[in-house]
Design a protein. Structure first.
Length: 133
């Protein structure tokens, strides 16, 4: 807050159980500060959750590709390999958001993972095609 300017205050009325009201009464003057801290912590927690979700999606598609490669696929298996419909759907969602320029930083990272894996699979498929000829 800049010097000389007072923060405007809005009044908020909420209904809470009597027991909670009794517990909050000694903190009445601190409630705005406590709510500010709570919201800040919630934002941090949500950011961590979103990051874990992104890592989970990225890890899932990596696991799919790794499991496939560990199965000792034939060149024909490699040529016909596709990720699961769930992974394809997620990729389509990310590509659409990218076109709309609405990707979050985490989603952008996730899309990069998909692009790296796609590049790897293109190289593998090209090599498999050349070996099968």
């Amino acid at each position: 807050m800049k010097k000389g300017k007072m923060a405007t205050m809005a009044e908020l009325t909420i209904q809470i159980p009597d027991e909670l009201a009794y517990q909050l009464e000694p903190l009445r003057d601190q409630i705005p500060h406590l709510l500010t801290q709570l919201l800040s912590n919630l934002e941090k927690d949500l950011s961590v959750i979103r990051k874990k979700e992104t890592q989970s999606s990225s890890t899932q598609v990596y696991d799919e590709v790794l499991d496939f490669l560990l199965s000792s696929p034939t060149p024909q298996d490699i040529i016909s390999f596709k990720v699961t419909p769930q992974a394809q759907k997620r990729l389509q969602t990310l590509l659409e958001k990218n076109r709309e320029e609405t990707l979050t930083e985490n989603e952008n990272t996730e899309l990069d993972v998909y692009e790296q894996l796609e590049h790897l699979m293109i190289l593998l498929k090209a090599r498999a095609i050349s070996k099968s000829e």
